[in-house]
Write a protein that binds this ligand. Structure first.
Ligand code: MV4
Length: 612
């Protein structure tokens, strides 16, 4: 077994991995950027090394800096967590070729194969795992798309060979769209993945997203640990995951699990991994489940530990991260498939520092004035923050995960309501009000929601109501005046009452300025270019505005005012969700305004550049 493991990550997942190391008697090494000098993962580790500036590309993504830290610390293995370098096959190979350092993860070859979608599809086909009807070779010509449409019908998905996780997919609804969408998919593939190769699949309109957790060792043992249902997503970002899926019959569950096992076996896959599937919904009666004849299709393999692995850990009582480490150390899995039993029901709520009522805009700063997580039977909280910490906004907005376990879905949901009500966070907005809303939502509680539900069906007004009812943050009233809710405790005839008072700007000498109270610090996330904000450049409305697809940091601006750009040109580079993303021009034009510069933080929707 290893003596010392370096964890090449931050936040809750870094702490999660270190806890597995602690349990195995392994010393832990943290790496951190300048933005994370006081962060929880650094506190947790036995020793820690600064690997560079806040910008992820200069620190957490710097291969040499991370490997150098491992050498200095004399660590004998590196665990990458999720995101950052976790799915970078080159980095895995560099670690493997570093004398005395082991990569805790699948082989670099497996990682590369999983990244090439047509290759992965061929392997699955060989293992008799159903794939979405489509091609296993790249397509070049528009006529191939039309022929495919004639044979299988519309809509068709054109997907980038290097794609995944919501990027590089275009939908063709009729033959007339084939040429444009093919060109668009190729452009995106080239821009995002340096690979303009694309392939075709029949597009499923409203599938469920089911993923199977796999553990496999280097001795040929492959086990599946059941599935998670991740159908509740917002713009390809999961927000709530649960297991077992409320939609699958036992027979279908076993079929999908067995398919994932065959796939892992065929690919000679080892360590932890997730096999993603799309499952076609059917018209179902109340309480009816998808039977063994329901259609399910392999989508892709994730070659890392995932955010939502905790759901499976609660259901199976198997410590997946500990097994990742044991497998990397050459150990053999010591349980059989039949030993894996799913106990009860588990659900995970991502606690993101975002305001759901304001299009899930991420907090732009703040201090955790109160941080008091729930406890008691069935509750697990994975986090890294503590009360008094400043929020670090340089990376993603997830600050914690609440995982709830119960005997069945009903008990699990009742405990979830209780735990979310207990969770006290003041000083930053979180999506706890959104989660509480979901627990009262008929579609979600019935388990009939698909991947389309949040983006296309949920009524926005309900998000605002939830935020008003359960949010502890300041909110804008209709007339634009800001109010803050403050709670006071009073005793009347010996009986205790909690009184909440709404304070509006101007009362008691202004917002957040009052004394006493519960120490809430009020603040409204300010957004750039929002008109009422005095920071950020104002952008005129005419012309084509290219805006940020997600919150992040501008790494490069590649154009100047007056430049002529062609469609497909890279305008700037945005670091977001731990990845560098090229922002490309959809159409050609002349650059008339540039609203950002290198190093700027931007929110989703902020204007970047205007073309005319
Ligand atoms: C699909 C699909 C429907 N049909 N492929 C989105 C992420 C990318 N990795 C694959 N995705 C999808 N592929 C076919 N042939 C629908 C999606 C999809 C989706 C998949 C999983 C979870 C959430 C999703 C949300 C929208 C679309």
């Amino acid at each position: 077994m290893f003596d010392k493991v370096l964890v090449a990550n931050r936040g809750e997942i870094a702490v999660r991995v270190m806890r597995a190391c602690d349990d195995l008697g392994i010393d832990t090494v943290a790496v951190y950027s300048d933005a994370d000098k006081h962060s929880g993962h650094v506190r947790h580790a036995d020793e820690a090394y600064n690997v560079g500036p806040a910008r992820a590309a200069d620190s957490y993504l710097d291969h040499d800096a991370v490997i150098e830290a491992a050498r200095k610390a004399d660590a004998d293995a590196i665990h990458p967590g999720y995101g950052f370098l976790a799915e970078n096959a080159n980095f895995a190979a560099e670690v493997q070729s570093t004398e005395g350092v082991t990569w805790i993860g699948p082989s670099p070859e497996s990682m590369e194969q999983a990244g090439e979608k047509t290759k992965a599809r061929k392997v699955m086909q060989k293992a008799d795992v159903p794939i979405v009807p489509g091609t296993t070779e790249p397509v070049e010509a528009e006529s191939e798309v039309e022929e495919f449409g004639e044979e299988y019908g519309y809509p068709i998905a054109i997907k980038a060979e290097g794609g995944g996780g919501g990027r590089g997919m275009k939908i063709v609804r009729e033959p007339e769209e084939a040429a444009d969408q093919l060109a668009a998919a190729k452009r995106e593939g080239e821009a995002y993945f340096d690979n303009d190769s694309v392939y075709l699949e029949r597009y499923l309109e409203s599938p469920r997203h089911i993923e199977v957790q796999i553990l496999a060792d280097e001795h040929g043992n492959v086990r599946h640990l059941g599935e998670r249902d991740c159908s509740l997503q917002r713009r390809h970002q999961k927000v709530i995951e649960e297991g077992p899926s409320p939609a699958l019959s036992t027979e279908l569950r076993e079929k999908i699990g067995a398919a994932a096992r065959r796939g892992a076996d065929e690919a000679d896959y080892y360590n932890a991994g997730t096999f993603e599937f799309l499952v076609e919904e059917e018209d179902r009666d109340d309480g009816e489940l998808l039977g063994p004849d329901a259609s399910f299709y392999f989508l892709e393999v994730n070659t890392r530990i995932q955010v939502e692995h905790c759901v499976t850990e609660e259901l199976t009582d198997i410590d997946i991260v500990k097994w990742q480490i044991r497998i990397a150390a050459g150990e053999e899995i010591d349980f059989e498939q039949d030993d894996v039993e799913l106990e009860g029901h588990a659900i995970e709520f991502r606690i993101n520092a975002e305001n759901a009522a304001d299009d899930f805009s991420p907090a732009t700063g703040g201090e955790l004035a109160t941080y008091d997580p729930p406890g008691g039977i069935g509750i697990r909280v994975d986090d890294a923050l503590r009360q008094g910490d400043d929020l670090v906004t340089d990376y993603d907005s997830m600050i914690a995960k609440l995982i709830v376990h119960g005997e069945d879905r009903e008990e699990c949901f009742a405990r979830s309501e209780r735990a979310l009500a207990e969770y006290e966070i003041d000083g930053i907005p979180t999506i706890i009000p959104f989660h509480r809303l979901m627990l009262t939502d008929e579609e979600f509680t019935a388990g009939t929601h698909t991947t389309k539900y949040l983006d296309e069906e949920l009524d926005h007004d309900r998000l605002e109501e939830a935020q008003k009812r359960w949010g502890s943050e300041s909110t804008s009233t209709d007339d634009g005046e800001e109010t803050v809710e403050r709670e006071f405790t009073v005793e009347v005839n010996g009986k205790r009452f909690e009184v909440s008072l709404e304070e509006s700007a101007g009362m008691f000498g202004g917002l957040g300025g009052g004394s006493g109270g519960s120490g809430q610090s009020a603040q409204k996330p300010s957004r750039r270019g929002g008109g009422d904000s005095d920071e950020g450049a104002a952008v005129s409305a005419d012309g084509e505005v290219i805006s940020a697809e997600m919150q992040g940091t501008i790494l490069e601006v590649n154009v100047e005012e007056g430049d002529t750009v062609a469609s497909g040109d890279v305008i700037c580079v945005l670091e977001a969700m731990k990845m560098e993303n090229d922002v490309i021009a959809e159409t050609g034009g002349t650059v008339t305004e540039i609203a950002v510069e290198e190093g700027d933080s931007v929110d989703q929707g902020d204007p970047l550049v205007v073309l005319e």
